[in-house]
Design a protein around this ligand. Structure first.
Ligand code: SF4
Length: 468
């Protein structure tokens, strides 16, 4: 039993169980975890003015910050436990090492201090207190905003300690039992290292939350009405279902129709075409004399777009090998230069449409145009050239997929990324690695990834046009 299982357990019971007993070969490396670790170390280092050392020896030497310490002990009724505090921060007091003591600290991404932070700190404080022979009254939550390190103090009261004890006992029971069910809140799964493993099981069992648009609450509502899996939903009458979906008010019949059709597509593996000839005809017209595909890689925590990729297409049916791809890196110090290049590309073919997947790209260009003091009319004319294929495909097709993300849709269309197991988070991980090491290999990987994202978007455009 350790802090890592406790943290997983708070997020998803099944995750804690899998971390403890799951077959490691089913687990996929998560860039989120790695990014978190890098950010964490940088902020901790800033907090301790670079005086961070590893292990027990660092505590004995009384360094300001200590990482990588594992402490074993009995938590309750002789249940063996282990803590791995993210950081120990030296403070005034008396401990077995001398006239100082350590407080546990955790890293927080974003604004909200969650149960995960509170329970992690409280759990650590109990074992650390015994170990350093000095009771701990508070822990620290460390975050950063605008390059400043923020420290929030959390005082441990009786209520919090009791909660941690209860959760610890539930965790112990869970780890000794059989594998828990897949979480109802599937949003949690998007950054989980067991996602592939759980997705397979969800698909095999026809989980309702696998159907696009059905979250935990709607799944529960359907279950109370006797619809417990995708197969049952697929064969349900649309009108009958609409009557049961009163929570959607005026949209209840429309929602029911989409849910049933989405389930039918999911079960049969066949796409369903929603008549939307006008939009796809429009796409054909707007791409006939050439167009761009545009895709951005960004660091959302830093609010920084680090790569803008353009694919130039004279004709939708041009051979892939003949397409021109232009990546524009946005290194912070040369921001103005990158903007100039983007505008130059966009205005070298003023009439061309810009196809993209999702809303980010259009928003980014509008922001750049504003920064460059474009007039209202110029911004309006520029933004009218953008066509969001994500919106378009959702309006035109019901696909046999669990979501309409770029990867899911283009994979289904047979598109293959040149690099294995890639994602936007992996590109961000490479970007962070590049900033630390300045090794160009990371830039090459990001550029290859972005080019493939553009080609995947192109494949979706081709599908829309060919099947309109
Ligand atoms: S993929 Fe989802 S259900 Fe599976 S362990 Fe992770 S969070 Fe839990």
């Amino acid at each position: 039993m350790n802090t890592l299982y406790l943290k997983s357990f708070i997020r998803c019971k099944r995750k804690a169980w899998l971390d403890f007993k799951g077959k490691k070969s089913y687990e996929v490396w998560s860039p989120h975890k790695a990014i978190d670790k890098i950010n964490q170390f940088q902020i901790f280092s800033k907090l301790c003015n670079g005086e961070i050392y590893t292990g027990l020896k660092a505590c004995k030497n009384g360094y300001q910050g200590v990482i990588g310490l594992k402490i074993k002990g009995n938590f309750f009724k002789n249940i063996k436990a282990e803590i791995r505090p993210q950081l120990l921060v030296k403070t005034k007091g008396i401990s077995k090492w001398g006239s100082y003591t350590y407080l546990p600290a955790v890293y927080k991404l974003g604004h909200k201090t969650t149960k995960e932070h509170l329970f992690d700190l409280t759990f650590s404080s109990i074992l650390l207190g015994n170990f350093q022979e000095s009771k701990i009254e508070k822990g620290l939550v460390i975050s950063s905003s605008f390059n400043k390190v923020n420290v929030e103090e959390i005082y441990f009261n009786k209520k919090l300690r009791k909660k941690v004890l209860n959760i610890f006992l539930s965790l112990n029971e869970c780890l000794e039992g059989v594998i828990p069910e897949i979480t109802q809140d599937r949003k949690k799964c998007t950054i989980c290292s067991w996602q592939k493993f759980c997705d397979k099981e969800a698909k095999e069992n026809g989980y309702l939350t696998d159907i696009d648009g059905i979250g935990s609450k709607t799944a529960l509502l359907l279950k109370t009405n006797g619809i417990s899996n995708a197969q049952t939903l697929a064969s349900y009458g649309e009108k009958k279902l609409g009557e049961k979906l009163s929570k959607f008010n005026d949209q209840k019949y429309e929602k029911a129709s989409i849910f049933v059709k989405q389930a039918q597509a999911y079960v049969s593996g066949e796409p369903y075409c929603i008549s939307n000839k006008k939009d796809t005809y429009d796409l054909l017209k707007k791409t006939s004399s050439g167009f761009y595909i545009f895709d951005i890689e960004s660091n959302p925590d830093d609010k920084h777009d680090f790569l803008y990729g353009f694919l130039k297409i004279n004709n939708l049916f041009t051979k892939k090998a003949d397409l021109i791809y232009e990546p524009i890196l946005n290194l912070k110090k040369s921001k103005g230069e990158s903007y100039k290049q983007i505008i130059k590309i966009l205005f070298s073919n003023k009439e061309w449409s810009v196809l993209h997947y999702g809303e980010t790209e259009k928003i980014a260009i509008i922001n750049i145009a504003k920064e460059l003091n474009f007039s209202f009319e110029e911004i309006d004319s520029l933004s009218s050239r953008f066509i969001d294929l994500h919106t378009l495909i959702r309006k035109s097709w019901i696909l046999p997929l669990k979501n309409y993300g770029l990867k899911t849709v283009s994979n289904w269309l047979g598109f293959k990324w040149a690099q294995k197991n890639v994602s936007g988070s992996k590109a961000l991980y490479w970007w962070i690695q590049y900033q630390i090491t300045e090794n160009e290999i990371f830039l090459k990987k990001i550029i290859q990834y972005n080019k493939d994202d553009c080609l995947a978007t192109l494949q979706i455009a081709e599908y829309l046009v060919k099947n309109h």
